[in-house]
Design a protein around this ligand. Structure first.
Ligand SMILES: [Zn+2]
Length: 447
């Protein structure tokens, strides 16, 4: 790849987010969507059949196109991608890589293959052409939310599995070391020290494990970047205080680079990389902040190898007010369902009230610093099975009593008093098979 392409990408990405008006964003998106549709109709048998008789003259027309989801995408994989990649071949390749724990290398020397398990347990395969992954360093520099003044970045990236796509980010300005999220804390700390790491990227559940041993870190971390789990504001403050550095979030899915932090540390949708549609229960487009949506569709604007057009995500985002940074890219207040489920209760009048997991996180972590990890499972509306992992030399009964009281008090403010809370104290092992740790599991069917 020419360095000029990269520099062009970099300034383009900076410029778009900083200066595009809402109108300019829509105009840009419509143009990109048309380009993508035209390409997909020509090169993908699947889309060619799906979109016959749908003239597209506006964004509203685009919104009428039939949507797809992971199952439809996988069922039609070989006909959908534009690189003539066969599903069975590529699945075998990806599964073998996973078994061999060999995460480097390209498929047919051309494509980076990503594998996702997802909440429903079905595998998703995602193709990124080599030419595109070579451009990623510039996207990363422009959209990581990391200030350029702390270059060169020496990053420790904690991931369940590594991929060639991340390896391709390495260049003279960015060095990316990888460790598995299952690695023990000793090794993580020595890797930070030995590699003079200045940026730590990890899910919040892992940062929480490192917190008590912060004093063993001998180098100065300049940023902590979290992903894959919701980071509560109170928890972020705590991590920032203890590590004496800023914490920023990125929101990355297998389907696209969804959102990244601005200079003020707030998450914005990457409007020039993904086109995001949010709908309420009545199928109306959501444009206002604070509304909990029902469906979210994304269209990846830059992936032509495997066009994902009006693809329904399992996640849901809630929009925020306009950001003080001045960008017109939609700002995200909360991401739901990415990992955690919402919990349900009955109010005094028997109406159902839902509570977001991030509220629970706040209530629990303020009860005691000794709660190292926790998990909440809900099998019935109004019932909670809570497991907490606490230090050995602490009075368990004290913490359990306090925690129960705190949850009761907080729920009462929502007029919820019919609750059953079961609390057990036991060591919590983080799962080995998923990179997304679920702290909140609801087995209630709420559709
Ligand atoms: Zn902002």
């Amino acid at each position: 790849m020419s360095i000029f392409v990269g520099i062009h990408d970099f300034f383009g990405l900076i410029f778009h987010r900083k200066f595009y008006s809402e109108k300019a964003i829509k105009k840009y998106q419509f143009k990109q969507l048309n380009k993508l549709l035209k390409f997909a109709m020509k090169n993908s048998e699947f889309y060619n059949e799906l979109y016959t008789n749908y003239p597209i003259n506006s964004l509203e027309d685009f919104h009428k196109l039939p949507s797809i989801n992971k199952k439809i995408m996988m069922d039609n994989f070989s006909k959908l991608n534009t690189c003539k990649i066969d599903k069975e071949d590529v699945l075998n390749f990806a599964v073998k890589k996973e078994q061999d724990k060999d995460y480097y290398g390209y498929y047919n020397d051309e494509y980076v293959i990503g594998l996702s398990s997802g909440t429903s347990g079905n595998k998703g395969v995602y193709i990124t052409p080599k030419a595109m992954t070579k451009r990623l360093p510039f996207v990363f520099l422009a959209r990581s939310g990391l200030p350029l003044r702390i270059l060169p970045y020496r990053i420790l990236f904690m991931l369940r599995v590594f991929s060639q796509g991340f390896e391709d980010i390495n260049n003279f300005l960015v060095s990316l070391k990888y460790l598995s999220t299952m690695e023990n804390i000793d090794k993580i700390i020595s890797s930070i020290n030995n590699n003079k790491i200045n940026i730590l990227m990890a899910p919040p559940s892992l940062i929480r494990q490192i917190l008590p041993r912060q004093s063993e870190i001998k180098v100065r971390l300049k940023r902590i970047v979290t992903y894959a789990e919701v980071l509560d504001k109170v928890e972020r403050d705590k991590i920032e205080k203890i590590f004496k550095t800023k914490v920023i979030e990125i929101y990355q899915a297998s389907e696209g680079q969804m959102a990244s932090a601005c200079s003020k540390g707030h998450l914005h949708i990457n409007e020039d990389l993904v086109y995001v549609e949010l709908y309420d229960k009545f199928n109306n487009l959501i444009t206002k902040p604070g509304v909990v949506g029902h469906k979210m569709f994304i269209t990846n604007l830059i992936n032509y190898a495997q066009p994902l057009i009006r693809y329904e995500m399992n996640d849901m985002i809630i929009l925020d007010e306009k950001c003080e940074c001045g960008s017109n890219y939609r700002r995200i207040d909360k991401i739901l369902g990415r990992t955690d489920d919402i919990l349900y209760f009955y109010k005094e009048n028997m109406e159902i009230q839902y509570i977001f997991p991030d509220l629970f996180v706040r209530w629990i972590i303020v009860v005691s610093d000794e709660i190292r990890e926790f998990k909440i499972i809900q099998n019935k509306i109004g019932e909670l099975d809570i497991t907490i992992d606490i230090g050995k030399n602490i009075s368990q009964t004290d913490i359990v009593t306090k925690l129960r009281q705190k949850i009761q008090d907080e729920l009462e403010l929502f007029a919820i008093d019919m609750i059953v809370i079961n609390i057990v104290v036991e060591e919590i092992k983080l799962p080995t098979t998923m990179n997304k740790y679920k702290r909140f599991v609801s087995n209630i069917d709420n559709d």
